[in-house]
Design a protein around this ligand. Sequence first.
Ligand code: A2P
Length: 277
Amino acid sequence: MTVPLAPSLTLTNGVRVPLLGLGTWPMNDDEAAVTVAEALRLGYRHLDTAENYGNERGVGEGLRRAGLPREEVFITTKFNRQWHSVDGARQACEASLARLGVDYIDLLLVHWPNPDQGRYVEAFQGLVKLQEAGRVRAIGTSNFKPAHLQRLFDEGLVPHLNQIQLDPWHHRDDLLAIHHQKGITTGAWRPLGCGNAMLADPVITAIATAHARTPAQVVLRWIVQQGIIATPKSANPLRLAQNLDIFGFTLSPAEMAALDTLDRPDPDMLDADSFGH
Ligand code: A2P
């Protein structure tokens, strides 16, 4: 089985990113190699990894096993707090390139702002230099809250993308408004929620039944239909295919609006002011 390729959207610097990608946390190298090769065979063209996932070697191995030309696959990775300096970003990038076994990265992100350390502006300045040097095609942040983005804006810096936890139970409307205003593309991590609770939400299951789709497909469709990039993780070939197969149906305005009502407080949500690595 193969699934048609996902459509792409264009970042402010003209780089095109497939709207649906493969999340790889918490796969180890061996799982990532097998799953990435299978995902690319199915039709995935966007892979999301990170230094902290410990699986960049496996992601690179899966890419080689699939045998696709490098330029047909979009690779996102992220670096940890110890590299939050201009030269640190360069070292982190070189290390990721070596582990992945590629000679450029499509999108490199500061993984968490780590405001206690207070060096994410320098980390981002390092990303700007890497983009100028052609080692990365686009640059961004992950888990940045409005105040963290504002510090970048104050220095004249704007990420191409901010990847955040986002799903129907976690809307992040404050961030989406800022992203929209500044032309920052939004990426959604953990788009299927934590555990299976959200996928059993009766509003989601009713819409899924109406479209003869699964709850996961409805959630992913709700995300990409807003022009937000989703990177769901699955290690299961059937669910991998299902998660990519979301571009053949459309949610109505009323269905989108119904999903928009599901936001709720989450006391367990990771807070980038206190959590980071
Ligand atoms: P599996 O790999 O067995 O498919 P996260 O978004 O935090 O990475 O979590 C994704 C979780 O959702 C994984 O446990 C994954 O399990 C599961 N999952 C992925 N795709 C689907 C799907 N289409 N339906 C239900 N669960 C899914």
